[in-house]
Design a protein around this ligand. Structure first.
Ligand code: CO
Length: 138
């Protein structure tokens, strides 16, 4: 099977600092790290749980996908990320089954991972991100 588990839930927020306050003080989660992914125009904060992580996403520029999402839909659940063993194989399988790919080839994600998005129209209205974690192959 291509998919191993839920890696994280991506949540679009206007302010990372405000959201972090709520998710740490309010929910008792711990901040594992912050990172800016320039390519995608986002600042990311990761909060692990026992099963999967919460990924808070704040836009760094007005033309980034997260900024456009916030402008049209407001803050909220943005995507569900599924960990896959081999992202190239997973994309091949999805495409062969007729799913619409946003990324035909993987790109660089947070923490040195490889990521690719599948169009929400293909998966019940949910934007799905495939994640192949860094350094799992070596
Ligand atoms: Co994500």
């Amino acid at each position: 099977m291509a998919v191993r588990r839920i890696d994280h839930l991506g949540i679009a927020v206007e302010s990372l600092d405000e959201a972090l306050q709520a998710y740490t003080a309010g929910l008792g989660l711990e901040l594992a790290g912050r990172e800016e992914v320039e390519e995608q125009g986002v600042r990311v904060a990761m909060l692990p749980t026992e099963a999967g992580r919460i990924e808070l996403l704040e836009p760094t520029r007005p033309d980034s996908p997260i900024a456009r999402f916030l402008a049209t839909r407001g803050p909220g659940l943005h995507h569900v990320a599924l960990e896959v063993e081999d992202i190239h194989k997973a994309l091949e399988q999805a495409q062969a089954a007729g799913l619409r790919l946003i990324d035909a080839t993987p790109r660089r994600g947070a923490g040195g991972s490889l990521v690719a998005f599948i169009h929400p129209k293909s998966l019940g209205g949910v934007l799905v991100e495939f994640v192949e974690p860094a350094g799992r192959e070596a």
